[in-house]
Design a binder for this molecule. Structure first.
Ligand code: 5GP
Ligand code: ZN
Length: 118
């Protein structure tokens, strides 16, 4: 498993930093965002250190990781009771507003969200 000691999400995945974990599989860890924007705000994070979803699309094992992210999203949405819907967002790079350089998908829900993204 490629890890980066300077990366907060690698440290959470390794159990070296605390997080409120809601889902774990071989490939994915999911935990609550430190600064939630909605009643449910969970980050879906591959354990492997890849910079962004853009990089992941070109990474070894990308098909399994993409599938694992989708499976994790569905499982978390169900365990959080989001039967009325939710939103998945992945910020990529500076213009995308990415602040943590380890690929993650935000799963946001628990209230009606605006149809407008920005
Ligand atoms: P980005 O801006 O990169 O798409 O999202 C990074 C997210 O990670 C932000 O929503 C931020 O609140 C969250 N975050 C940053 N550091 C930590 C941390 O140490 N623990 C948790 N649980 N969330 C974090
Ligand atoms: Zn990392």
């Amino acid at each position: 498993m490629s890890q980066n000691q300077n990366c907060i999400f690698c440290r959470i995945a390794a159990g070296e930093a605390p997080a409120d974990i809601v889902y774990e599989s071989e490939e994915i860890i999911a935990f609550r965002d430190l600064n939630p924007v909605a009643p449910t705000h969970v980050l879906l994070v591959p354990r492997k250190h890849v910079t962004s979803l853009h990089e992941l699309a070109d990474a070894p094992g990308r098909a399994a990781l993409a599938e694992a992210l989708l499976v994790a999203a569905r499982a978390v949405a169900e365990s959080e009771g989001l039967a009325n819907g939710y939103r998945l967002i992945s910020n990529i790079g500076p213009d995308g507003g990415q602040t943590v350089g380890h690929v993650h998908i935000h799963l946001i829900g628990g209230k009606p969200l605006s149809p407008r993204l920005i």
